[in-house]
Design a protein around this ligand. Structure first.
Ligand code: PEP
Ligand code: MG
Length: 326
């Protein structure tokens, strides 16, 4: 099997009927970087910058942050990399962060962009390190746990200020900056067109989005088999996102666990996603599925079944039957 996947690396990343889909990988530490060449990923769709903070015993200094980002870009050898600003809080606790709160509902609490907008020094230091590390190339930056569009505007102000500051000191700046939002809070589903217009790209965080749409704690094993990520309601949500992206010409990707399972990746592509990001070990199995997928047939399947599943069967069973038949 490993041999099969190795062979597949050389093949173009297209469906059986020739539609291109970018298969990207998720990463977060320097040790992940060799996987980029080994997996054959087209780039890094999610770089979880908080991991450097989580393995440290104090806040990483600006120089250490910049060094890591440079190493990542070096290892990427021109392949695209999307950096996510620190996503701490919730289940990602930094023991040395003295400002951390005791919260009754940490998943709904002071985390991610909420925390960094309240502690802008953290965000400024990180953005400055990213701007310096990305000198001479494009910087792709995304914000976690966006709930309101105002948060994007606030972050943009901080970014613009850092760009002005660095250009005053004649730093080598990125050639362009693309700012994206993660879509993982349901409030954004009710302002999809406004969201698509407010950013350069959107990345669906399906782990958190599923948690919040189904009101189910993503870490609770008692409930982990209860609700299905391939159920019709959740797939309809994902379709609305893909459609809104296409309508507004805003690139949409998805970087949660869903992207890494061949049957779910198949569903995502059928719903309109043309870029998905997963753990590097999943690239081979997902690419094996992709190259065998008749996308036109899958689109016809969804047109018939998404709003009215055949015989009232679960979508997962129908998708599995579709895959087995082919
Ligand atoms: C997600 O929520 O799907 C996601 C990619 O982010 P994380 O798993 O780091 O919360
Ligand atoms: Mg998330």
């Amino acid at each position: 099997r490993q041999e099969v996947y190795r062979e597949l690396r050389k093949k173009p990343s297209v469906t059986k009927d020739g539609v291109a889909v970018d298969l990207l990988m998720n990463a977060g530490l320097a040790v992940d970087l060799p996987q980029l060449a080994e997996s054959g990923a087209a780039g890094i769709g999610l770089f979880r910058t908080e991991l450097q903070f989580m393995v440290a015993s104090t806040f990483p200094r600006a120089e250490a942050q910049e060094r890591l980002y440079r190493d990542v870009l070096e290892a990427a050898r021109g392949k695209p990399v999307t950096f996510r600003t620190i996503d701490i809080g919730g289940d990602k606790v930094l023991p040395y962060f003295k400002g951390a709160l005791q919260e009754e509902n940490p998943a709904l609490g002071w985390r991610a962009i909420r925390l960094t907008l309240d502690r802008p020094g953290l965000l400024r230091t990180q953005i400055r390190a990213l701007l310096k590390a990305c000198g001479g190339r494009e910087l792709k930056l995304m914000l976690p746990m966006v709930t309101e569009l105002g948060e994007i505007a606030q972050a943009r102000e901080i970014i613009d200020r850092e760009v002005r500051h660095l250009s005053r000191f004649a730093h080598h700046l990125p050639t362009s900056l693309k700012l994206g939002a993660m879509l993982e809070v349901p409030s954004l589903l009710f302002q999809l067109d406004e969201l698509m217009k407010a950013v350069d790209f959107v990345s669906v965080g399906s782990n958190d989005l599923f948690q919040f749409v189904m009101a189910v704690d993503r870490g609770n094993t008692q409930l982990s088999d209860r609700f299905d990520t391939l159920s019709a309601p959740f797939l309809r949500v994902l379709k609305q996102i893909a459609d809104a992206g296409a309508r507004n010409h805003t690139p949409v990707t998805l970087c949660g666990e869903l992207a890494g399972k061949p049957i779910s990746a198949m569903a995502l592509i059928g719903l309109g996603f043309r870029s998905i990001s997963m753990s590097p070990a999943s690239i081979g199995p997902v690419k094996a599925m992709l190259t065998e997928l008749p996308l036109d047939e899958l689109q016809a399947f969804f047109a018939d079944n998404l709003m009215a599943p055949a015989q009232g069967l679960p979508m997962r069973a129908l998708l599995q039957a579709f895959a087995d038949d082919r």
